[in-house]
Write a protein that binds this ligand. Structure first.
Ligand SMILES: Nc1ncnc2c1ncn2[C@@H]1O[C@H](COP(=O)(O)OP(=O)(O)OP(=O)(O)O)[C@@H](O)[C@H]1O
Ligand SMILES: [Mg+2]
Length: 279
């Protein structure tokens, strides 16, 4: 699972597979009283991995849904690969904490779906799906139906399917939020590997600050509702990264503490508790 490949980050390569996301002065209300997002501006360059963290209810999913075109934009500008958001675009994949697999399809058939959408020939689709299932640690489980897989295994299939779509933009809303700590760490490493091999533009939402720091090029911290972007912090840890190795890396812990102090402001954690957490 620790396979590392040379990454071609030449502009042409990245341009071909990835696309930028830009939101400018976006506001969003639900009904008369709930301001979910307030004047949010954020640019994610092609091939960048950016995470958003912030208190529950601060508007993270709303921002993702606006970018995905799942809810209608009310104010401001949003561009995905230079065009307006639209639900069901082939160049945008969305992954959630729930696996959303088709129960009537086997693991491999679920993963092959990505290629089906893109009209890839069946042999090539199967090869790629097999390769991806192997990568997520599910070799030998190709013909299992979702009901015969554990939650962690289903989420592995969902990750493989997300990559089989070959969409240059990945929107991920707490994809590992409901997993046990060990499975989560394994899947974070798989995600880092897959992303290094095939640079996509990733907007990743999580409540786990360590996860955000380990995976991302930048971590964006949002305030409590009405959700505003408080700060956008570059994560200077070198790549390729390994989530396991970072656990013991003092550089990671130093950056984590720095980002935590921003999140602490957003969460409004009492100072005494905050001091204990950072020690
Ligand atoms: N469809 C909706 N109708 C009405 N209010 C909504 C709707 N979706 C979200 N909201 C409200 O908008 C605010 C932001 O919700 P959102 O789901 O974006 O938060 P979040 O940051 O993703 O929270 P969490 O971390 O708990 O997932 C919340 O107050 C929520 O109640
Ligand atoms: Mg949410």
């Amino acid at each position: 699972m620790t396979r590392r490949l040379e990454v071609d980050t030449s502009e042409a390569q990245v341009e071909g597979r990835a696309a930028s996301i830009e939101i400018r002065h976006v506001n969003h209300r639900f009904g008369a009283n709930v301001v979910a997002v307030s004047d949010a501006s954020l640019k994610i360059n092609a091939g960048e991995f950016v995470s958003i963290v912030g208190p529950s209810g601060c508007g993270k999913t709303t921002i993702l849904n606006l970018i995905a075109g799942l809810i209608d934009q009310q104010d401001g500008q949003i561009a995905v690969a230079g065009t307006s958001p639209k639900a069901g675009r082939a160049d945008v994949a969305y992954m959630l904490a729930r696996d959303c697999l088709f129960p009537w399809r086997t693991a491999i058939d679920n993963v092959m779906l990505g290629g089906e959408f893109r009209g890839v020939p069946a042999i090539r689709r199967r090869e790629r799906a097999q390769e991806l299932l192997k990568h997520v640690g599910l070799a030998g489980f190709e013909n299992h139906y979702p009901k015969a897989l554990s939650h962690g295994m289903r989420q592995r299939v969902a990750l493989a399917r997300t990559f089989s779509l070959e969409s240059p933009v990945l929107l991920m809303d707490e994809p590992f939020g409901a997993l046990d700590a060990q499975t989560k760490m394994q899947l974070e490493d798989v995600l880092l590997d897959l992303w290094s091999e095939e640079r996509r533009t990733v907007l990743f939402i999580t409540h786990d600050l360590a996860e955000a720091v380990m995976l991302s090029d930048r971590v964006v911290v949002m305030s409590a509702r009405p959700g505003r972007i408080l700060v956008d912090i570059p994560i200077s840890l070198p790549r390729p990264r390994s989530v396991r190795a970072l656990q013991k890396d003092p550089a990671f812990h130093a950056i984590y503490a720095q980002v935590w102090s921003w999140l602490e402001q957003a969460l409004g954690v009492p100072q005494t508790l905050a001091e204990e957490v950072t020690q």
